[in-house]
Ligand binder design. Structure first.
Ligand SMILES: [Zn+2]
Length: 79
């Protein structure tokens, strides 16, 4: 009997944290080109499941993005 069981066609590729890979302890809020990779087209911080950043670096990254926004390096909202 055929049950509606979805096949596991979309296997997740194992992501590694880019900051761990580069041995970066704290994310630098002045590196806009780095931070820019972790915000989406609306200027929002991309979730960990998309970026593959580890919990520690995601926290550090979020803080860095918020600092960068405060000093107008990154937009709060992009249109
Ligand atoms: Zn990390």
């Amino acid at each position: 009997m055929e049950a509606a069981t979805p096949k596991k066609r979309f296997r997740r590729k194992k992501k590694i944290c880019a900051f761990c890979a580069d041995a970066i302890v704290n994310v630098d809020y002045k590196q806009v080109e780095v931070l820019g990779r972790y915000v989406n087209e609306y200027g929002r911080i991309r979730p960990r499941r998309q970026s593959g950043t580890c919990a520690r670096h995601q926290r550090s990254l979020a803080l860095a993005i918020k600092r960068a926004r405060h000093i107008a390096l990154l937009p709060f909202v992009a249109d």
